[in-house]
Design a protein around this ligand. Structure first.
Ligand SMILES: Nc1ncnc2c1ncn2[C@@H]1O[C@H](COP(=O)(O)OP(=O)(O)O)[C@@H](O)[C@H]1O
Ligand SMILES: Cc1cn([C@H]2C[C@H](O)[C@@H](COP(=O)(O)O)O2)c(=O)[nH]c1=O
Ligand SMILES: [Zn+2]
Length: 193
């Protein structure tokens, strides 16, 4: 059995791959992405991290977790820009992957086939509990998928849903604790909250 879903890539070793970190909001996706990126930096691999330009909640450029850990990143407006900018990177990180266009899986496949380790973090489900953007395809084509869980704010069990607290029905609504709370299956479906 594999003890970790992280692909270990040593310097000068060819053979890329795709790793997906998914889960609800507040589940630790960005923290796990930053942890893996930091380890790649310790290994002296060249690293570049991307995020969608529309995600400017905490910072215009950095990838920032809800716990304030941060990582410099390059904001891009479409996935094809990643191919142009990844250059000679050995490791590519992508945060908030749910907001990217449907070409992102092909972009990641191209990078992985060139020997690059691609680490992707994103919401697997939107507030309605439906698969979000390119995430299901990315999960299908990845070597490894890590599903992380937040703590349900209603009962303390592991949470897999991001419950929207405000009335908007738009799929994309940037926000934090003011607009969303993580919930387990039972609390997400409960009519009493
Ligand atoms: N209900 C919650 N369950 C778990 N972590 C929470 C919760 N609310 C806030 N947090 C904080 O969020 C951090 C994870 O943030 P982050 O990595 O940005 O998550 P994600 O990218 O999945 O939204 C946790 O380490 C914790 O400090
Ligand atoms: C569920 C859901 C979320 N969003 C937005 C809200 C946040 O800005 C991001 C998720 O950030 P996180 O790093 O995973 O906490 O996505 C949205 O636009 N639509 C949704 O349905
Ligand atoms: Zn619950």
């Amino acid at each position: 059995m594999q003890l970790t879903e992280e692909i270990f890539k040593r310097k000068n070793e060819s053979g890329g791959g795709i790793e997906v970190i998914c889960g609800s909001m507040f589940s630790g996706k960005t923290e796990e992405l930053i942890r893996r990126i930091n380890r790649a930096r310790y290994a002296k691999l060249s690293v570049i991290v991307f995020k969608p330009k529309l995600d400017v909640r905490y910072d215009e450029t950095d990838v920032v977790s809800h716990n304030a850990t941060a990582q410099a990143s390059t904001p891009v407006s479409k996935s094809s820009e990643i191919l142009l900018l990844a250059g000679h990177a050995q490791v590519v990180g992508i945060d908030e992957a749910q907001f990217f266009d449907n070409k992102l899986p092909d972009v990641c496949t191209t990078l992985a086939n060139k020997g690059i380790r691609v680490i992707i973090a994103g919401l697997d489900m939107d507030f309605k509990g439906r698969p979000f953007g390119p995430m299901p395809t990315l999960m299908a084509i990845a070597e490894s998928v890590t599903k992380v869980h937040a703590v349900c704010l209603r009962c303390g069990n592991p949470a897999l849903y991001s419950y929207r607290l405000v009335p908007s029905k738009e799929k994309v609504l940037l926000g934090e604790k003011d607009s969303y709370e993580p919930r387990c299956r039972i609390c997400y479906n409960s009519k009493s909250f």
